[in-house]
Design a protein around this ligand. Sequence first.
Ligand code: TYD
Length: 133
Amino acid sequence: MIYEIYDFKVRGDHSGKLVALEKGHDLPFDVKRVYYIWDTDAGVIRGKHAHKKLEQMIVCTSGSCDFILDDGKSRETVHLNNPAQGLYIKHNIWREFTNFSKDCVVMVLASEHYDEADYIRNYDDFLREVDND
Ligand code: TYD
């Protein structure tokens, strides 16, 4: 399995909805960093990297986009369009994301601080890393 979809508990009613993600309850790792991405042109392809160690929970809090995930053996596209769902990705998964709707906001919860040394930005290096994992 190269990813998991988490269905978060939604609280609220017609007055509005709320999702709370708490350390130790709703996430499979302790969060050290949160970042978000928006105002991305539809045709842009972001990502194009894997991580050696990092785990991430990715939530499309507004709009929609596609995540293309690759574990070195197979490739799958996951369409994200629900703020009540999280896409959980472990290390050694090549990811690209694209097809951003105009209102798309992607929030990423990460298990580590930002570290460029944790990135694998070359696809052939990624395949070698997967072979040695
Ligand atoms: P990158 O992770 O390559 O973006 P994406 O995968 O969304 O295409 O990061 C883009 C730039 O932002 C790069 O110069 C590194 C910087 N950056 C930080 O400084 N801190 C962070 O937490 C992240 C995710 C990126």
